[in-house]
Write a protein that binds this ligand. Structure first.
Ligand code: ADP
Ligand code: MG
Length: 626
């Protein structure tokens, strides 16, 4: 029986992905088997879960498993499971489209460079379509558990633009995927080859995987894997390679993880966790809707993917499994949220991850890799997770005026170790770019005294600095604030005395700039620059203000404070200027330059250019008093 045969087109993204995948994954082609076995095992997991509520779904076929058949003569390989199966509609949706959000953006990142693309595709997870790396035709026959025999469906495609779908009668529930191997891929119809691939990729799967070689002398089905879920074994029995393979199975990543932690907790709450830190960030790390979280099992029964309740958002890059002995088998996302054990488990798992990070932090090279990938996400922890503030602070890395480049590789402890004897603050500057930060006039005095400054240029840094506030009893100080606490030196004069001494001059400048600045002060932080602007202590940092404004927020007007370097020749010239027009123009130029130096936009660039040009031409044009 076969009716309603339809030919349908793949979603555009599928077509693109297929092309790219076949091209860039050729050297990794054997991973298709891992993907198909992993789908079969997911299908068995899902059925076992649904059968908790509807045991009749299992009928008399209660032993869940996966069987693989190879046929050398026909050059075929098939992977069959007796799991959940798919209805006709599910088949069309699941194998004709890609549901992952951000797929289009992901595809745009592809360059055509094999290595680069293979790495990206690895993070994306190739799944079912990887079958087309080795097959020129794939056929999927399936029936959903609980549906009648004649509700089966067959999907077939050559992996080009389209696939066909038809209704079939199917005796067994579950799915059979058959690969018609390309002529030069006959090796995947050899039983010894497949045998070793199953051992390599799928040994840890909690269902038996059997292999049958049709046409070979010994054509009996043999169970090839050890069929115990890896995390249920004791740590000493699991090899490094097995841990790594399990990670790849979980995450679909091609690369090895950086580190993992496998623990069994006994006592009041009993659960096992196996947590991994990947070596590279997933393509959708910045997509807030992207699924994240651990795979949840209860007493070995798979319950759900992406259980995000077990770790805070800032640890969303962690992959792994939790298997609880206490949670009810019918736990849903909502029930999980209300479970009284959840928050204790969440704190314990968070601590485990932070301990792993502490371990890699001891290996500078590894940690730099981690920081480069995930540092910005981890910074969110300072804002979100006050309970672990101290642990997180030790894990932070910064670019500073000490290392002289953009690399974020200095810890706060490194900073403390280099503090001057008379220094009791940790100084930082917020800027949009590294170049602006390094060149900022605000650093001059500190630099001349050999005091180090953290250069903060990530979007989240303003919140980070505010949440952190202090480290090991040392306050963090923004160098662009009105009150800059630099220890006084020798014949240093206090700010107030300096202002008093130059009162007349300051008032005159203030008079000219009254629309643009809150106040004019003599600066103690400048050495080489004529002026800089600072924010009063009640005001938003200009960096934060720019960010909020860019995101469309309306903020109350606020004027900065202008600080001038009273010893600078330009300022000397200004104070000696007798022509009112020139005095006004020069005052404005000094302020404009201070704004430009901190990366701000000028309110009226054309007027600024006119003023400067007039000065350069040394004419009175354009600098006349208004
Ligand atoms: P993923 O497994 O990451 O979701 P895949 O491309 O591997 O992506 O598979 C796509 C979807 O097809 C799966 O999510 C699942 O719904 C369905 N699927 C694939 N293989 C099977 C199978 N053997 N049994 C049931 N459903 C399957
Ligand atoms: Mg899959």
């Amino acid at each position: 029986m076969s009716d309603k045969r339809e030919t349908l087109g793949f979603q555009t993204e599928v077509r693109q992905l297929l092309q790219l995948m076949i091209h860039s994954l050729y050297s990794n082609k054997e991973i298709f088997l891992r993907e198909l076995i992993s789908n079969a095992s997911d299908a068995a997991d899902k059925l076992r879960f649904e059968a908790l509520a509807s045991p009749e779904l299992l009928a008399d076929d209660t032993e869940l498993g996966i069987s693989i058949e190879v046929d050398k003569e026909k050059r075929t390989l098939s992977v069959t499971d007796n799991g959940i199966g798919m209805s006709r509609d599910e088949l069309i949706d699941n194998l004709g489209t890609i549901a992952k959000s951000g797929t289009a953006e992901f595809l745009q990142q592809m360059t055509g460079d094999k290595q680069h693309d293979a790495h990206l595709i690895g993070q994306f997870g190739v799944g079912f379509y990887s079958a087309f790396i080795v097959a020129d035709k794939v056929s999927v026959e399936t029936r959903r558990a609980g549906l009648d025999k004649d509700a089966g469906a067959r999907w077939e495609s050559a992996g080009e633009g389209e696939f066909t779908i038809e209704d079939i009668e199917r005796e067994d529930r579950g799915t059979r995927v058959t690969l018609h191997l390309k002529e030069d891929q006959a090796e995947f119809a050899e039983s010894f080859r497949i045998d070793s691939l199953i051992r390599k990729y799928s040994d840890h799967i909690g269902f038996p995987v059997s292999l049958t070689a049709i046409g070979e002398d010994d054509a009996e089905a043999k169970v090839v894997n050890s069929a115990t879920a890896l995390w249920t074994r004791s740590r000493s029995e699991v090899t490094e390679d097995e841990y790594k393979e399990f990670y790849k199975h979980l995450s679909h990543d091609f690369a090895d993880p950086l580190i993992w932690s496998h623990n069994r907790v006994e006592g009041k709450r009993e659960y096992t966790s196996l947590l991994y830190i990947p070596a590279a960030a997933p393509f959708d790390m910045w997509n807030r809707e992207a699924p994240r979280g651990l795979k949840l099992y209860v007493q070995r029964v798979f319950i759900m993917d992406d259980a995000e309740q077990f770790l805070p958002l800032y640890l969303r890059f962690v992959k792994g499994v939790v298997d609880s002995s206490d949670l009810p088998l019918n736990v849903s996302r909502e029930l999980l949220q209300q479970n009284p054990d959840l928050s204790a488990m969440r704190s314990a798992l968070t601590r485990r991850v932070l301990d792993m990070l502490k371990k890699i932090a001891a290996e500078k090279d590894d940690y730099q890799k981690f920081w480069g990938e995930f540092g910005q996400v981890l910074k969110e922890g300072l804002v979100e997770d006050h309970a672990n503030k101290d642990k997180l602070a030790k894990l932070l890395r910064f670019a500073t005026t000490h290392n002289g480049n953009e690399t974020q590789d200095q810890s706060l402890d490194d900073y403390l170790g280099r503090m001057q004897d008379d220094q009791d603050k940790i100084y930082y500057i917020l800027a949009e770019t590294h170049a602006t930060a390094v060149a900022s006039p605000h650093l001059e005095q500190l630099r001349s005294r050999g005091m180090e400054v953290l250069l903060l240029t990530d979007r989240i840094d303003a919140w980070l600095a505010e949440s952190l506030a202090e480290y090991e009893g040392k306050t963090l100080v923004d160098v662009a604030r009105e009150v800059l606490d630099i220890p006084e030196e020798g014949d240093d004069k206090a700010q107030e005395d300096l202002n008093k001494e130059h009162k007349k001059f300051l008032e005159k400048v203030q008079g000219v700039l009254s629309e643009r600045v809150e106040a004019v002060n003599v600066s103690r932080r400048l050495v080489d620059s004529p002026a800089c602007v600072v924010a009063s202590d009640q005001d938003l940092n200009p960096q934060v203000r720019r960010m909020l404004e860019a995101s469309g927020q309306e903020l109350p007007e606020s004027k900065p404070i202008l600080e001038i370097n009273i010893e600078h020749p330009l300022v000397t010239r200004l104070s000696g200027e007798t022509d009112e027009g020139r005095f006004n123009a020069l005052s404005n130029i000094v302020l404009d330059h201070a704004l430009l130096a901190e990366g701000s936009q000028l309110p009226n660039p054309a007027e600024y250019v006119r003023r400067v040009n007039a000065f350069l031409l040394n004419t009175d044009d354009g600098v006349k008093s208004e």
